[in-house]
Design a protein around this ligand. Sequence first.
Ligand code: ADP
Length: 540
Amino acid sequence: MRGLMQDRQLTIPPLLSRAETNFGHKRIVTGGATETVSTWREVAPRVRKLARALESLGVPAGACVGTFAWNSQRHVELYLAIPSSGRILHTINHRLHHEQISFIVNDAADDVLFIDRTILPVIWPLVSSFGTVRHVVVMEDGGDMPLPDDPRVLDYEELLSRQADRPFETVVEDENTAAALCYTSGTTGNPKGVLYSHRSVILHSLLLLGADVFALSERDVVAPIVPMFHVNAWGLPYAVMQCGSDLVLPGSIRDPEQIVSLLSRHRVTFSAAVATVWRDLIPALASHDLGSLRHIACGGGAVDDALSRAYEQIVGIPLTNAWGMTETSPVVTTSRLATHHDNLRGEARRLLIGTPGPAVPLTEIRVVGDDGTVQPHDGKTPGELQVAGATIARAYFGTDIGRDGFTSDGWLRTGDVATIDEWGYLRIVDRTKDLVKSGGEWISSVLLENAVMADPRVREAAVIGISDPRWGERPMACVVPAAGVNLTAEEVRAHLRGRVASWWIPERIEIMGEIPKTATGKWSKQALRRRFADPATGSP
Ligand code: ADP
């Protein structure tokens, strides 16, 4: 017998009516050369006009519409208008290599691109390599590059001003219709597309509201510092439309002082970014009142405890870790202190919420050994982390690519090595490809990095494996000293003694000015491997 509940499809268009009707007065702030403040009541008609503009440009249903944009009100308008009108929102990271950008635009066959004027100088020189793009719509954000004299170039506001405010023409009938496309950053091979459905976007936005997830509510002021092109700002813009919190977006601001000022002035309660960003903001923290912050989400990588401690000391709360990847919408786990942690105090509490934590509702995690057996939840037996759920990809965009990324029983293989404890709490040991195999034993680059960064004289540390005739591989640490500190390799080794097993201590330690970053702000171990590759073999 079937249930007797309404068979309503989970699609994005109702998000706009919800935001407009229930939260019409709530604010969308965009930082930048000129800070702007808008409300959903003002944004909603613009979204409908934008959908009609896509119609007028002849963008077919199901076509991809690319965005190269900062976190801004206009980007939010695109987040709503593109999928609500039956097209696919394709957010692209303009910091990727040029060849990767061209590959991604052509692979997605983007029909129209929306580009912030400050980003135009990076993208315009590549436009001739984009085979399918018919129009480039420029969004004015204070950039000074003159508009190219080209019939394909249009102005966003002019385009909107020509449209009437009428309901969406297309109705998204099936919740499994594609809504958004993001590419993995392609650390190995070409980037791979992950195609989210309306249903997965809606389910993920609801997950984020959970009291044991991010607990977002109408009372919050949410500031995604994580870019809207990095797994769609981890789904936060859509979550905000569900719960009606104010949305504070940094626009094109990159300066730590200005970002912290934005968080402080707008009394932000919840913010999210990768560790590199949180580290960059530290010097600006003390001069602003950040007492409104109740949750600082740090995802995309491990939380190093020295960083979290700095936030605890200066802002009053530590960083809360979350685990995810492009293929997983992205949030799969986030940490929290449960009743069985009530006996934990001080440092132990901070350390606990600095780990990835348990799976959020609707998602399942398991770790699988080399022989294919699911490992026990004992907190110590590692295996490959695999995930399943309605917000997890089941295949990549495009035929046949990445088949080996999924198991025969339909779980996503993450390429991370992890353990799960008796309470379901996940710990990442390392990425499979970042583990260092020394004399047949594994060394976790993540744990070793955190041990190095526990030294206050160290700003950043990244560990890679380098080939070694005796041990096969040995860890090598790339260390950036804190500002004004003179640090030697021997001092780093002395700090590590007693903190890690003696055979983990790297013989080779490079003191450097900066660790190369990926386009999403994580350490680029690939770049480090290239740089320190063994000249004899050409391999690290
Ligand atoms: P990329 O890092 O290639 O840009 P993603 O943004 O999809 O791609 O990153 C996913 C990867 O980031 C995961 O497979 C994992 O290795 C790493 N990661 C994400 N969150 C965490 C975390 N909380 N702790 C450790 N590693 C993490």
